[in-house]
Design a protein around this ligand. Structure first.
Ligand SMILES: Cc1ncc(COP(=O)(O)O)c(C=O)c1O
Length: 395
């Protein structure tokens, strides 16, 4: 057997997102691209902002000496300085270059952080529904995922969290704005959560890291100001990505920022830099680092995403779906009108509408819609949503 038993088993469990994506390819071959309404992947159809292409062109026309060589594993000092400066403005904490490590996207950043902090068998708490790759990433580094339910608004329940934390708890991962629900955690909730972590650390004499995965931080609606997760707990680590804010998921560029008030920040950052190297990332892509350092204040059109959210939300409500209005990101997580979310998603598929069952995110009875797609595809999907709603007696 060329593949290890473990990987064979993990592969067979697979990801629902990828499965729907692959089935979509078959449907597109059968019905034609324009007749398949693929709302399965969080892969923005938006192009990067014009500033991105300007920087790319500038670098191509005026290459920097040595710009394709190896560099320090933390990334270019100039890029880390630019990130630290922007984060300081946004977070009200004073970051400097040494608090920042450039990574291959948020996925790379999460793996680097987990590799750095986890001892074998330590637990990492997740709140369902969650970004499904967290399970693989925790497993990659010998950790054990501990999955907790959320309340009816998809927010962590502090009573359940309090009961779940034990002396093996090493980290909790939060993700706001959230994939798959679009909910944004309030400042008050973050404060209470941090207070609880501090209390539990004192009770068990342990260190518990708050790992805040925020690739959607800049995609936030209704003029809401993004609460700062790092402000409340000293042992907090931010993971960021330019996959969504600059629509660059194929370019693999993001970063880790350690809370500058964390006493162990130097040791931690050295660990991150080392793990970036030994995991084989070596460093974040050089070309992208040279570009994004000039784009720290640039974002794709959030107004456009908000318009898509408003339109889709209004249609789904009118059809009778039960759905929480997202405050950010580009996903919705409506309730499935029947208990079996997989059967429901299959039903939508009959109308060439591709979504992902909630089971793929650890929450049965729901389904995820990704609306980072064209208006044409979103409009085209409405007929299918309506037909299935009628079939199951909504409205
Ligand atoms: C919640 C969450 N975390 C992390 C990632 C990984 O992002 P990146 O492309 O930066 O690796 C994604 C991508 O969709 C995501 O939704």
């Amino acid at each position: 057997m060329p593949i290890s038993e473990k990987i064979r088993k993990d592969m067979s469990q697979g990801s629902w997102i990828r499965r729907m994506f692959d089935e979509g390819i078959i449907l597109k071959q059968r019905y034609g691209n324009e007749n398949v309404f693929d709302l399965s992947l969080g892969n923005p159809v938006m192009e990067p902002p014009p500033e991105f292409h300007q920087e790319l062109l500038r670098l191509a026309q005026h290459p920097l000496p040595g710009m394709h060589r190896y560099m320090g594993n933390a990334g270019y000092p100039e890029t880390r300085v630019a990130v630290a400066k922007q984060l300081s403005l946004e977070a009200g904490l004073k970051f400097d270059m040494s608090d920042i490590v450039m990574t291959c996207g948020a996925a790379g950043a999460l793996n680097v952080v987990l590799k750095t902090i986890l001892n074998p068998g330590e637990e990492v708490i997740l709140f369902a529904p969650y970004f499904v790759e967290y399970i693989n990433y925790i497993d990659n580094h010998g950790g054990v995922p501990r999955i907790l339910p959320t309340d009816e608004r998809f927010l962590p329940r502090l009573d359940i969290l309090e009961a779940a934390i034990n002396k093996k708890t090493r980290a909790i991962i939060i993700n706001s704005p959230n994939n798959p629900t679009g909910v944004v955690y309030s400042d008050g909730l973050l404060h209470q959560l941090a207070e609880l972590l501090g209390r539990k650390e004192a009770q068990y004499g342990t260190e518990i890291f708050l790992l805040s995965d925020e690739p959607y931080r800049k995609i936030i609606y209704d003029g809401l100001k993004m609460p700062v997760s790092l402000q409340h707990h000293p042992r907090s680590i931010l993971v960021y990505s330019h996959s969504k804010d600059l629509a660059l998921p194929g370019e693999r560029i993001g970063y880790i920022a350690i809370n500058p008030t964390c006493e162990q920040r130097e040791e931690l950052t050295n660990g991150f830099i080392f793990c970036n190297r030994i995991l084989g990332y070596v460093n974040a892509p050089a070309l992208m680092q040279n570009i994004v350092r000039h784009l720290q204040q640039v974002t794709v059109s959030v107004a456009d995403y908000q318009r898509k959210r408003d339109s889709l939300y209004a249609h789904l409500k009118e059809m009778g779906y039960s759905v929480i209005k997202p405050g950010g990101a580009f996903y919705m997580f409506p309730k499935s009108p029947i208990e079996d979310d997989i059967a429901f998603v299959r039903e939508l598929q009959q109308w060439q509408v591709l979504t992902v069952p909630g089971s793929g995110f650890g929450s049965t009875g729901y389904f995820r819609i990704s609306y980072c797609t064209t208006d044409k595809i979103l409009e085209g999907s409405l007929d299918g949503f309506r037909k299935v709603a009628q079939k199951f007696g909504l409205g």
